[in-house]
Design a protein around this ligand. Structure first.
Ligand SMILES: Nc1ncnc2c1ncn2[C@@H]1O[C@H](COP(=O)(O)OP(=O)(O)OP(=O)(O)O)[C@@H](O)[C@H]1O
Ligand SMILES: [Mg+2]
Length: 714
């Protein structure tokens, strides 16, 4: 018998694991899940509060399946950051058992065979979708368990439909697949459960008490009726005061704001006050982190300077304008209790475990066109507030909203704290979304007829919610479109994908994007020259262009005028003038990037962060890649300029550096430094001595050795 009596009803091997990973007792909802049969073949929706330990329930179910050698487990998450967190956590906990954990990464149209050798596969819904499009059948056939973390995000306007489609598809292929949906508390969890033929386990229990309250004029009023007067600190700023009050109590603070700009502004505003609470050793450690951060990129930008200044004060901002490495460094050092406060956009709101005893939430009302100020959803509020008080770090948590008047205080209680979370709704009714997924299903041979398409869509959450609404007309219309655009053809009643359709699906692009690219390449025969091609990239719906501001005009208009011939080809697509100028602005930025303009200057000129540049060029590179693939498919000769442009966009370099950036570890800065010292080609590098090479600025001995080691492959 296992020494821990709490686990006596568990299979011995699982109880032993719990013991090994340091779990001394199960939380009541975890115990209830076990009692109700979560380790059997039954499907479950676990609708439970934040921090209630939903992941561990899924872990136990997965362990059971792996111990019984029933097959592999697929753990689907909404964000890459969450995938990394789960990957590291599962690896730490279960590698000793010989269980192999995999995380899917890399480009959409590539499949890494090593991924399928793992036992627990972690991936975002988009990645799973792309694997299904590659016909990665090994994924489905060996799968025994599907965990859908944050399944309530099926209601997310942008990404929910993908989660819904992959779930429907995996279950159609293997109806015996065990499904576990981990959900926040939502109004219609029972509907989700019914759809998945799952038992609903609902709980309102939270291991760590989360006190929700509103701050106004020095006092926090909590929902349970209690109040707290802040320590007598001579600080006028509300957020700084709330933060320092918590830090003095040895707590850490997360501040949620709406925009990246306000995340930065807030962090900078409170930095000096927070710094006063640091001791000498903490300051020393923070200095080191700041230095490390400055080294995360070859170029120092204004944003990075601001960030390191804040970090030296024990504060950080955190948003999508920072790259993954920077964000990870911030999160890790918040977990180490070196950074005391993070001011974040809601990117940090789902799933993550952070030591924020007090979470302060601002900006809960947003402006909606025609409707004035509207509250954000209660579900979103609950996700943000739920980052406070996580069992690993704190014994209680506080979610604090800030009011500017008594009236606002009572509104905040009413609109958020005492409000019930909304139901989630499917987003698959949208024609554009449905087209994207139907083409994929036909292209991968999963659907081969209109009736097949109709019965597939009938299995979705959308149809479940809409009481089996008749989708025939919409589906037929989409199929007709796909046929007219030659993405599929009909042979008798059979739908057969064309090479064009198959390529679109695998490239993971919107069919409309593909139509525009084809029309430009085929009908308009556009020249494969940099500015025209970049303009083409900005026309397609898969691209998100920069916003146009009045102050941009001075910059954009002369550029638009000088190169108007390059953009003329697109007139057939018709666009209003401001859309055209927003496109031009995007083209302008990318064209300056590939001319090696410094990141800092680009950030200043366009009033954006480095993360924005990277996201923009990432998307542009992906669309350019798709363009090259389609050009090849259409038999277009001489696509070399396109291929060169792809590499130039990826690295931000002029053509003369293309050979050098082929080397691993050599980006735009190092390549330029090598070039300046006369190492212009691989041959030049081969004939250089290691010592000479190491003298190049930004290179040093280690990189020089690294370069030398690679040269043999060229
Ligand atoms: N039985 C337990 N004993 C101690 N700690 C536990 C137990 N179960 C879970 N935990 C810890 O509780 C923390 C929160 O768990 P988890 O991340 O699974 O929450 P969650 O329910 O998924 O919340 P969210 O909705 O915010 O994602 C984790 O750090 C986890 O390790
Ligand atoms: Mg979770």
């Amino acid at each position: 018998m296992h020494p821990n009596s709490d686990f006596k009803n568990l299979p011995k091997d699982i109880a032993a694991v719990l013991d090994k990973i340091g779990i001394t007792s199960l939380y009541p909802p975890q115990q209830e899940a076990l009692n109700k049969g979560v380790l059997t073949d039954k499907n479950f929706i676990l609708s439970m509060p934040t921090a209630s330990g939903k992941t561990l329930i899924a872990e136990l179910a997965m362990l059971k399946i792996l111990f019984e050698k029933k097959g592999k487990c697929l753990y689907v998450v909404p964000l890459r950051a969450l995938a990394t967190e789960k990957f590291e956590e599962f690896q730490d906990k279960y590698s000793y058992l010989g269980i192999k954990i995999g995380i899917a990464s890399g480009d959409f149209d590539k499949v890494d065979p090593a991924f399928f050798q793992k036992d627990i596969l972690i991936a975002t819904s988009e990645k799973v979708d792309s694997l299904l499009r590659q016909n990665a059948l090994s994924l489905c056939s060996s799968l025994a368990c599907l965990v859908l973390d944050e399944i309530h995000l099926i209601g997310d306007e942008h990404r929910g439909a993908t989660l819904e489609i992959i779930t429907t598809r995996l279950l159609s292929i293997n109806p015996a697949l065990k499904v576990l949906g981990l959900s926040a508390t939502i109004a219609n969890a029972s509907s989700l459960a019914k759809w998945l033929n799952a038992e609903l386990l609902y709980s309102s229990w939270r291991p760590v008490v989360l006190k929700e309250g509103v701050y106004y004029q020095g006092e926090i009023k909590f929902a349970d009726g209690s109040t707290r007067n802040l320590a007598q600190i001579d600080i006028s700023d509300d957020i700084a005061k709330l933060a320092v009050d918590c830090i003095l109590d040895k707590g850490q603070v997360l501040v949620f704001v709406t925009t990246r700009k306000s995340a930065q502004a807030e962090a900078r505003r409170i930095a000096k006050q927070i710094a006063l609470s640091l001791d000498v050793q903490e300051k020393r450690n923070l200095n080191q982190i700041a230095k490390k951060l400055e080294d995360t990129k070859g170029e120092t930008t204004k944003l990075l300077k601001q960030l390191s200044e804040c970090i030296r004060c024990g504060v950080s901002f955190h948003h999508a304008g920072l790259n993954h490495l920077q964000r990870k460094l911030i999160e890790d050092n918040f977990k180490n209790n070196l950074i005391k406060v993070i001011c974040a956009t809601p990117t940090l709101a789902v799933g993550v475990n952070l030591p924020s005893r007090r979470t302060i939430i601002r900006g809960l009302y947003r402006y909606a066109l025609g409707r004035g100020m509207q509250p954000v959803s209660v579900l979103d509020y609950k996700q943000m507030s739920g980052r406070a008080g996580r069992p690993k770090y704190d014994t209680f948590g506080e979610a604090i909203l800030v009011a500017k008047s008594e009236q606002e205080r009572s509104d905040l209680f009413c609109d958020f704290i005492f409000a019930e979370p909304e139901p989630v709704n499917s987003n698959l009714g949208n024609e554009n979304t449905l087209r994207f997924h139907l083409l994929a299903a036909i292209a991968s041979g999963f659907i081969a007829s209109i009736s097949g398409a109709i019965s597939f869509i009938k299995k979705t959450f959308f149809c479940h919610q809409e009481n089996n609404v008749d989708m025939t007309g919409l589906i037929e219309g989409i199929i007709e479109f796909l046929e007219i655009e030659e993405m599929i053809s009909k042979k008798a009643d059979k739908l057969v994908p064309t090479a064009f359709g198959t390529r679109i699906s695998r490239l993971y692009i919107n069919p409309i994007t593909a139509v525009i690219i084809r029309n430009c390449l085929e009908n308009l025969q556009i020249k494969l020259e940099t500015l025209s091609i970049l303009y083409l990239v900005t026309i397609v719906p898969d691209m998100t262009n920069l916003n146009l501001k009045k102050s941009d005009l001075e910059l954009i208009l002369p550029f638009a005028d000088t190169y108007k011939q390059e953009f003329e080809f697109a007139q057939v697509f018709g666009a209003d003038y401001s859309t055209h100028l927003a496109r031009i602005k995007t083209v302008y930025l990318i064209s300056r990037w590939v001319e090696e303009e410094k990141e800092e200057l680009l950030c200043n000129t366009f009033d954006i962060g480095p993360g924005d540049i990277y996201r923009l060029i990432d998307t542009a590179e992906w669309i350019l890649y798709a363009t090259a693939q389609l050009a090849e498919l259409f038999g277009r000769k001489r696509i070399k300029p396109l291929q060169e442009l792809i590499t130039r966009v990826r690295y931000g370099v002029k053509p003369e550096l293309l050979e050098l950036v082929n080397l691993k570890g050599i980006g735009r800065i190092r390549a330029r430094n090598l070039f300046r010292r006369g190492y212009k080609t691989i041959t030049d590098l081969k004939s250089a001595s290691l010592t000479e090479l190491a003298k190049t600025s930004n290179i040093g001995k280690e990189t020089a050795q690294n370069i030398k080691a690679q040269l043999a492959n060229f």
